[in-house]
Design a protein around this ligand. Structure first.
Ligand code: ATP
Length: 235
C-alpha cells in the first residue's frame, strides 16, 4: 500500500543552523500519527518543510507516492496536502463563512456543500457563521482553522499544536474533532507538545529530540515507555 506521506532523510534549517538532521517518518492511509517533543526540538520546522514553507536541504518528501520535495507550497496544497499552522491563523476581520470560502480556493466545485459538511462537523461555526472570525474564542478559532484547511478536501492533514493555549475543556473538544476526522479516514500528522493527549488518540508516535527522531513506535507502547513517561508525560 502506498503511504499517504513519507519523509526520508530530511535535512532543513535556518541560515547556518541545521534544525533537522535527517528525519524519517511515515504516515499510512487512514492513520493518525503523533509527533511529540520539547520546545525547540524541530517539530514546527519539520511540518513547514513538509508543506514547503522551508526548503529541504537533503532528503525527500513523498505525498501518495509522488515526490514533492521541491514543489511550491501551493502545488502541494493542490496535490492534497493541507496544513493548519501553529497559532490559529484565521482572517480576523472576515466572517467565519468567508474564512471557509477562502479555504476552498483550490477547488471550484460544490463549495457550498463542503461548507455545509464543515458546519455538520463543527456546529458552533454554523451558529457564528456571520460573525468576524476575530471575535471567536481561541478554541473556536482553532476549529475554524481546521475547517478552513478541510475545505480543500485534503488527502493528508498536518496539524501544528492545535491544543496550544487552550483551556483543558477546549483541548478535549479539539482532540474529539481530530478523532472524528480520523474516523472519516483522513491521514493526519499531529504535532503536539501535549504528548499525553496526542499519543492517547494516535496510532503511531514519533519523539523528536534536537532535530532527530529519538524514539518511535505504536502510540500505546510510547505511552508506557519509561523514557517517554519521564521526559514528556510528567510522570
Ligand atoms: P516549538 O514547540 O517551540 O514550536 P519546535 O519543536 O516546533 O518548538 P522549531 O520551532 O522547529 O521547534 O525549532 C527548531 C530549532 O530551530 C530550534 O533550535 C529553534 O531555535 C530554531 N529555529 C526555529 N525557527 C528559527 C528561525 N526562524 N531562525 C533561526 N532558528 C530558528
Amino acid at each position: 500500500m502506498t503511504a499517504a506521506l513519507t519523509v526520508s532523510g530530511l535535512v532543513a534549517g535556518y541560515g547556518r543552523i541545521e534544525a533537522l538532521h535527517g528525519i524519517d517518518i511515515e504516515l499510512q492511509p487512514g492513520r493518525l500519527v503523533a509527533l511529540v517533543g520539547a520546545n525547540g526540538a524541530g517539530k514546527t520546522t519539520l511540518l513547514r518543510t513538509i508543506s514547503g514553507l522551508i526548503r529541504a536541504r537533503a532528503g525527500q518528501v513523498e505525498l501518495l507516492g509522488d515526490d514533492i520535495t521541491h514543489a511550491a507550497p501551493e502545488k502541494r496544497v493542490r496535490a492534497g496536502l493541507a496544513q493548519v499552522l501553529e497559532g490559529r491563523q484565521v482572517f480576523g476581520p472576515l466572517s467565519v463563512q468567508d474564512n471557509l470560502r477562502l479555504g476552498a480556493y483550490t477547488q471550484r466545485t460544490d463549495v457550498a456543500g463542503q461548507i455545509d459538511a464543515m458546519y455538520a462537523l463543527f456546529p458552533v461555526l454554523k451558529e457564528k457563521r456571520l460573525l468576524a472570525a476575530g471575535t471567536l474564542s481561541g478554541g473556536q478559532q482553532q476549529m475554524l482553522a481546521m475547517a478552513r484547511a478541510l475545505m480543500s478536501r485534503p488527502k493528508v492533514l498536518l496539524l501544528d499544536e492545535p491544543s496550544m493555549g487552550l483551556a483543558p475543556l477546549l483541548v478535549r473538544e479539539v482532540f474529539n474533532v481530530i478523532e472524528r476526522l480520523k474516523a472519516q479516514g483522513i491521514p493526519i500528522l499531529l504535532v503536539e507538545q501535549n504528548a499525553h493527549a496526542a499519543l492517547s488518540i494516535a496510532d503511531h508516535g514519533y519523539v523528536l529530540e534536537t532535530g532527530r527522531i529519538a524514539l518511535s513506535g505504536p502510540a500505546r507502547a510510547l505511552l508506557q515507555d519509561e523514557r517517554v513517561k519521564a521526559a514528556y508525560l510528567g510522570l
